[in-house]
Design a protein around this ligand. Structure first.
Ligand code: NAP
Length: 251
């Protein structure tokens, strides 16, 4: 009998998270589609169900300790005890350092770092109990430094340290932890960046593609494919790694 495992994907109502949720459902996981607003996750759940999969939309702010615990409790009861976690929820609050407010700094740290910490802490007990688990954290090429993103770059670099520490602490329980560092992926996040700098998205992606060795920008499915590898049964000896998925060498 094949075991149906439950995966939690945060920020899964759209963009990379939605593509990851759909891919993991296709791979045979029951998927919790976690986002700020439960209603926003419902179309993704409907698509998964229409394809014959199982999914549950759950509303929670990943930076809110009580909301995270309530969400994970609900997922365990209604969908199954989660043994796969993809920490994908993210925001940007870009500005040059001298114009960056403390609120912009805190908001980014809270979602990426505090959020990943809280959800991972809430889920890891199910993984260690099962003697099997897979954690994937969304870093970014911005971890290497990116103008206008002191907050985001620091958070994404921080997630790499977080990932390696999870790999060290949880390895003996059959749990792996890896990070994916995407380059330019076409989502609402990059569309918002284009809008902020006043460039039509089509021109923005064209300019980005000109700098990328494979001569195109990334799609959410490119990241979903890498997640699918890391959470697979056969990837148990791959842990503590950072995979740059950026159409060329980065680190
Ligand atoms: P996106 O289109 O902006 O989607 C992010 C999702 O996360 C949204 O549905 C958003 O909900 C949700 N979210 C934000 N704050 C949350 C919170 N506190 N709790 C729960 N959910 C929350 O972003 P994306 O481009 O798909 O990016 C996904 C991840 O990949 C992020 O971690 C991002 O930093 C990373 N990444 C993206 C790129 C890229 O080029 N796109 C490159 C490198 C890394 P709302 O819609 O309600 O705000």
């Amino acid at each position: 009998m094949t075991i149906i495992r439950t995966a939690v994907v945060t920020g899964a109502a759209r963009g990379i998270g939605a593509a990851v949720a759909k891919r993991l459902a296709r791979d045979g996981f029951a998927v919790a589609v976690v986002d700020l607003d439960e209603a926003a996750g419902k179309p993704v759940v409907a698509e998964i169900e229409a394809g014959g999969g199982r999914a549950l939309a759950v509303g929670a702010d990943v930076a809110d300790e009580q909301a995270v615990q309530a969400a994970v409790d609900r997922i365990a009861t209604e969908l199954g005890e989660p043994t796969v976690l993809v920490n994908n929820a993210g925001i940007t609050r870009d500005n040059l350092l001298f114009k960056m407010t403390a609120e912009d700094w805190d908001a980014v740290m809270n979602v990426h770092l505090r959020g990943s910490f809280l959800v991972t802490r809430a889920v890891q007990g199910y993984m260690t109990k099962a003697g099997w688990g897979r954690i994937v954290n969304l870093s970014s090429t911005s971890a290497l430094g990116n103008r206008g993103q002191a907050n985001y770059a620091a958070a994404k670099a921080g997630l790499q340290g977080f990932t390696k520490t999870l790999a060290l602490e949880l390895g003996k329980f059959g749990v792996t932890a890896n990070a994916i560092a995407p380059g330019f992926i076409e989502t609402e996040m990059t569309a918002a960046t284009a809008a902020r700098v006043g460039v039509p998205f089509e021109d923005f992606t064209k300019a980005a593609a000109a700098q990328i060795p494979v001569a195109r920008t990334g799609k959410p499915e490119d990241i979903a494919h890498a997640v699918s590898f890391f959470v697979g049964e056969d990837a148990g000896f791959v842990s503590g790694q950072v995979l740059y998925v950026a159409g060329g060498p980065k680190a």
